[in-house]
Design a protein around this ligand. Structure first.
Ligand code: FAD
Length: 438
C-alpha cells in the first residue's frame, strides 16, 4: 500500500476544496494534497452552465465552469497537488486517511491537517412521502441537470417541479429552453425556497406558474409518469381535502433540499449541528476534531458560491495556521441563534480573533421579513448590528463583526459566566442603513 505524508489533505475539489487548498499553500503549508472522486475538478459547478457565479467576489458574472476554472488555476499556481478519480474511504481522528483509485489502489495518507470539503447530496423521493406508483420519470433536479448539461440527455417533455429550491428553479428554465413544457413549480412552504433573482429569471420570465403552499399527493403511471395529483396544504403542511387537481406530465423533478455529506466527518468522531447537519465549527473552520477543518456545503448549504469560497479561505488559513503552530489560544465563546434566526455558523468563536480580526457570522432567518436589524448581542447588550432591507430564509445573511468591536477580555468574561454571542433579528423603525455599533 502506497503511503503518503502531507501537511494538508483536502477532501473534495469543488469550489470549497479548491479555495481551501490554495489558501493553505499560500499561508505556509508545504505539501497540500487535493483529492476528488470525480473525473474533473470543480465539483457541482461543472453542471451549472448558467451564469450568476462570482458576482460578489470577482465582480464578474460567470458560469459555474468558468468560476471553477478561475480557482483551478489559482490552486495550480499555488502548487497544490491534485488527485482525481480518488475516493476517500475514511478519515481517522489521527488525520490518517484511506483513499483508493484505479492507478494506486489503496493509499494511506498521513496529514498534519485535513480539510473536509465533500459538499452535499440531494434529498430524493425517500425524503418525502408521495403515495402512488414508482414509475420511471422521477428525478432529482440535480440529476436531471447533469443529464441535460453534461451527458446530453433530456429526461422528459412535460415537467412538474416539486420544490422551489434554486436547483429546481434553474432546471425549470433549462428544461423550457431545451423545448420541454414546464407545467408548474410547487412549493409546500408559503414562501419560495430559492433566491429572488431565480424566481424572477427562471419562472416569471419563462411564464412558469409557482404554486406556494402546494405539494404533490400522488404520482400516476405504471412504467412512466403520466400525471401527478397536486393539493393545497394547510398551516400544518397537510393536504387539504377537496383542493386537489391533476397535472398530466411525464417527468417529476424533485428539488426538496440538499443534505451535507458528513459520513466521513461522523466516522472520524466529529460533532454535528442538528440544524445544519454539518460539523460544529469555530471561526477558523476547525471541527471538534483537532486538526480537522471543514468548509462549503458540507458545513451548511450555501446559496452563493462566493460565500463558499470565503468560508474555504478561512478553512485553508485555519489548516495552515494549525500545521505551522500559529493557531489562536484555546479561549472561545459559543454563538447562538436568537429571535428570528434558524442557525449561525460558526458555532464557536475564538476570543483572540474577536480582538485581532474581523469575524464573519453566517446565518439563515426563520421567516421572511423586511426593514430589520441583524444584531449580535452579548450579555443583553447589542455589540454590533446592521440594517437589512429584506431577509428571507432562502438567502444567507452575513454579519461581519469588525475586529476589536468586542474585546478579548469582555468575550472571555461573558463566556466564563455562561453567556453566548447571540444573533437575532429585530424589526427596525428607522431607515438607517449600514453596520454600526449600537
Ligand atoms: C444546481 C445548482 C445551482 C447553483 N447556482 C448557483 C448560482 O447561480 N450562483 C452561485 O453563486 N451559486 C450557485 N450554486 C451554489 C454553489 O454552486 C454551491 O454552493 C457550491 O458549488 C458548493 O461547493 P462545495 O465545494 O462545498 O461542494 P461541491 O461543489 O458539491 O464539491 C464537493 C466535491 O467533493 C467530492 N467528494 C465528496 N465525497 C468525496 C469522497 N469521499 N472522496 C473524494 N471526493 C469526494 C465530490 O465529488 C465533489 O466534487 C448552485 C448550486 C447548485 C447545486
Amino acid at each position: 500500500m502506497r503511503k503518503i505524508e502531507c501537511d494538508v489533505a483536502v477532501i473534495g475539489a469543488g469550489p470549497a476544496g479548491l479555495a481551501a487548498a490554495a489558501k493553505a499553500k499560500e499561508q505556509g503549508a508545504q505539501r497540500v494534497l487535493l483529492m476528488d472522486r470525480d473525473r474533473e475538478l470543480g465539483g457541482i459547478l461543472n453542471q451549472c452552465i448558467h451564469n450568476g457565479f462570482g458576482l460578489q467576489l470577482l465582480a464578474e458574472e460567470m458560469t459555474g465552469p468558468q468560476y471553477a476554472e478561475y480557482f483551478i488555476e489559482e490552486a495550480k499556481k499555488a502548487g497544490v497537488e491534485m488527485m482525481l478519480h480518488t475516493m476517500v474511504l475514511n478519515v481517522g481522528a489521527d488525520r490518517k486517511i484511506h483513499a483508493i483509485n484505479e492507478h494506486e489502489g489503496l493509499m494511506e495518507i498521513q496529514a498534519k491537517a485535513v480539510v473536509m470539503a465533500m459538499g452535499a447530496r440531494e434529498r430524493n423521493r425517500g425524503g418525502v412521502v408521495i403515495p402512488g406508483a414508482r414509475p420511471a420519470g422521477v428525478f432529482t433536479a440535480g440529476a436531471a441537470q447533469r443529464y441535460v448539461n453534461m451527458e446530453g440527455y433530456m429526461p422528459g417533455k412535460r415537467v412538474v417541479v416539486l420544490g422551489s429550491g434554486d436547483i429546481g428553479l434553474i432546471m425549470a428554465r433549462r428544461m423550457t429552453w431545451e423545448g420541454a413544457k414546464v407545467e408548474a413549480v410547487l412549493e409546500i412552504m408559503p414562501f419560495p425556497s430559492g433566491l429572488t433573482r431565480n424566481i424572477v429569471q427562471c419562472l416569471e420570465d419563462q411564464g412558469i406558474p409557482l404554486y406556494l403552499g402546494h405539494t404533490v399527493t400522488r404520482v400516476h403511471g405504471k412504467d412512466r409518469v403520466e400525471a401527478v395529483t397536486v393539493s393545497k396544504v394547510g398551516a400544518d403542511f397537510r393536504p387539504i381535502p377537496g383542493t386537489e387537481w391533476v397535472i398530466p406530465c411525464d417527468t417529476l423533478l424533485l428539488s426538496i433540499g440538499l443534505i451535507p455529506e458528513n459520513e466521513l466527518t461522523l466516522e472520524a468522531g466529529g460533532k454535528l449541528d442538528s440544524v445544519t447537519n454539518g460539523p460544529v465549527v469555530d471561526d477558523e473552520m476547525s471541527t471538534s476534531i483537532p486538526g480537522v477543518f471543514a468548509c462549503g456545503n458540507v458545513v451548511h448549504i450555501h446559496d452563493l458560491v462566493d460565500n463558499v469560497t470565503r468560508e474555504a479561505w478561512a478553512a485553508g488559513e485555519g489548516a495552515a495556521r494549525f500545521v505551522t503552530g500559529r493557531q489562536p489560544s484555546g479561549q472561545t465563546i459559543s454563538t447562538a441563534a436568537g429571535e428570528g434566526i434558524r442557525y449561525v455558523v460558526p458555532q464557536i468563536v475564538h476570543t483572540d480573533n474577536l480582538e485581532a480580526r474581523d469575524v464573519r457570522l453566517s446565518m439563515r432567518v426563520t421567516a421572511p421579513a423586511d426593514r430589520v436589524r441583524v444584531e449580535a448581542v452579548l450579555e443583553d447588550e447589542v455589540v454590533y448590528s446592521k440594517a437589512e432591507r429584506v431577509v428571507r430564509p432562502a438567502e444567507m445573511v452575513a454579519l461581519t463583526i469588525p475586529k476589536g468591536t468586542v474585546s478579548r477580555e469582555a468575550a472571555q468574561a461573558a463566556a466564563a459566566a455562561g453567556h453566548k454571542l447571540v444573533v437575532r433579528v429585530t424589526k427596525r423603525d428607522t431607515a438607517a442603513q449600514g453596520g454600526n455599533k449600537s
